[in-house]
Write a protein that binds this ligand. Structure first.
Ligand code: PLP
Length: 487
């Protein structure tokens, strides 16, 4: 006989308890938001060495104090992305109501691999992908899927490319892939393209790195050279990936150059717009993605410069039916006909089986603000990038160097207060400066390396960052540099 419901389970599912806890936690979250926005805390990134942090949690997790206490602690020890001094990696300072969407959708927790698991999920997703694709300038009939991250979206796009390329009627989904394929991509592209190619079984040599010019963009001659190098190795190029923009330097490839090249040779043209495709929503910056409308597929992260909490990525295809290319999965317990292009059973098109209720996250932004807010956000964040660059150039004669005029909200620069013997010493100094800054703050910035040089790197993700915050960062770096010189 079934035992009575255990008191713990009764407690866990008690709506009144949920309400009380929720009220407390929401209040705390608002407090956290206010604190972060007004820079009350000493630092936007509470740096602790990894082993110390692990020790802390080993002890704390042995002594539970309740959910509200736990969440407060997590808040205190986490990076405050809403802090205007957060200028680090490319994760959105999300519109706060995204957290409210999470509250409701996490409670509903509908899957959606098949329609009946979450009817709103798939229907809303189908509508949104077509509409947003059109707003981005993709052709009529475009469509696609939402998925968990740009890394996954890029992999799925390349799976589609491989399948379409085929080999004399061979279906790679059915027969596997005996051909040594290759993908061409900028030497400055995000590592996930390299990873995708290796996952596809084409190994390190399956990635044809295209050299970039002085502006960190792929050129026609670079593409031709990379293609030739691949052909000499007996590789069949299947796809070419344009970066909009690159992760390290924030440079937009000229997508028309890439599209012309792909068109001439019949390659799949994928745009990795995980970070920068939302430029399409800004009249001021749309030119940066000119040519994107010619792509076979585009990946765009809603959780970067579109204000949605991570992870939420759109993978758009030129034609909706192309979104069925990556997979043709038999699963009798889910659907009866693997070949049938049923948009409503999105497990047929997504890598994931269960996924979060992603469409509601995107719809929430449109519901509250309309797509206009994405253009406004892009203008603000790219404007901050420009502001930072101008402030750096202003100080140039005192040891400041800008890697390039920023096109987006990614700014790479160095500060070398004295003459160093060689680039190794310059790099060592920059690394030390960045590490010291990481440990002491108050801003959070990161680092990168290209053209043989280590750069300090900022991604301006928070629209509440002000020009004064930028000036404070530069002053702080000058100040810390003096300390580093004496170390
Ligand atoms: C250009 C580009 N592509 C792909 C990714 C990976 O995206 P995700 O972190 O959503 O997997 C990033 C992340 O920074 C990126 O900048």
């Amino acid at each position: 006989m079934l035992e009575p419901l255990h008191p713990l389970l009764r407690q866990a599912f008690d709506p009144e308890r949920f309400l009380l806890l929720g009220q407390q936690i929401l209040q705390d979250a608002v407090h956290h938001l206010k604190e972060a926005q007004s820079k009350v805390r000493e630092r936007s990134m509470p740096w602790t060495p990894p082993e110390d942090e692990k020790l802390f949690w080993e002890a704390r997790l042995d002594a539970p104090e309740g959910l509200a206490a736990l969440l407060n602690l997590v808040g205190q020890r986490s990076n405050a992305l809403q802090d205007p001094r957060y200028m680090g990696h490319q994760v959105a300072a999300p519109f706060p109501e995204g957290a409210l969407v999470g509250l409701v959708t996490d409670l509903l927790n509908n899957g959606g691999a098949v329609y009946e698991m979450g009817p709103t999920n798939s229907a809303m997703e189908e509508v949104l992908m077509a509409r947003i694709g059109s707003l981005m300038g993709l052709p009529d009939g475009c469509g696609g899927i939402l998925c968990h991250g740009g890394t996954l979206a890029n992999l799925v796009a390349l799976l589609a490319a491989r399948r379409r390329a085929g080999r004399g009627g061979v279906d790679t989904w059915v027969d596997g892939d005996g051909v040594k394929g290759a993908v061409l991509v900028s030497e400055q592209a995000h590592y996930c393209v390299d990873r995708a190619v290796r996952i596809m079984g084409w190994g390190a040599e399956g990635v044809g790195l295209v050299q970039t010019d002085g502006q960190h963009k792929m050129t026609r001659s670079g593409l031709e050279a990379a293609m030739q190098a691949m052909q000499e190795k007996g590789r069949k190029v299947v796809a070419v990936v344009g970066s909009a923009c690159t992760t390290s330097s924030g440079a937009y490839d000229d997508l028309n150059v890439v599209a012309d090249f792909a068109e001439q040779y019949g390659f799949w043209f994928h745009v990795d717009g995980a970070h920068g495709a939302p430029a399409a929503f800004s009249a001021r910056h749309r030119h940066l993605v000119s040519g994107m409308e010619r792509a076979d597929s585009v990946a765009m992260d809603f959780h970067k410069i579109m204000g949605v909490p991570a992870l939420c990525t759109g993978l758009f295809f030129r034609a909706q039916e192309m979104s069925f290319l990556p997979f043709t999965q038999s699963a009798e317990y889910l659907w009866s006909d693997a070949e049938d292009p049923e948009w409503w059973n999105f497990g047929k098109r997504t890598f994931e089986c269960t996924k979060r209720m992603l469409s509601t996250r995107v719809a929430a932004v449109l519901e509250e603000y309309g797509s206009e807010i994405w253009g406004v956000l892009v203008d603000r964040l790219f404007g901050l990038g420009q502001e930072m660059a101008e402030r750096i150039v202003e100080r140039g004669d005192k040891g400041w160097q800008l890697a390039m005029e920023p096109e987006a909200n990614i700014v790479c620069f160095r500060y070398l207060p004295v003459q160093f013997a060689d680039v190794e010493q310059e790099n060592a100094f920059t690394l030390k400066l960045r590490q010291t800054h990481l440990e002491r703050g108050p801003q959070y910035i990161v680092q990168t390396k290209f053209s043989g040089k280590v750069w300090l790197r900022c991604t301006l993700m928070n629209p509440l960052t002000q020009a004064a915050d930028v000036v404070e960062l530069l002053d702080r770096i000058e100040d810390l540099a003096k300390q580093v010189q004496q170390m």
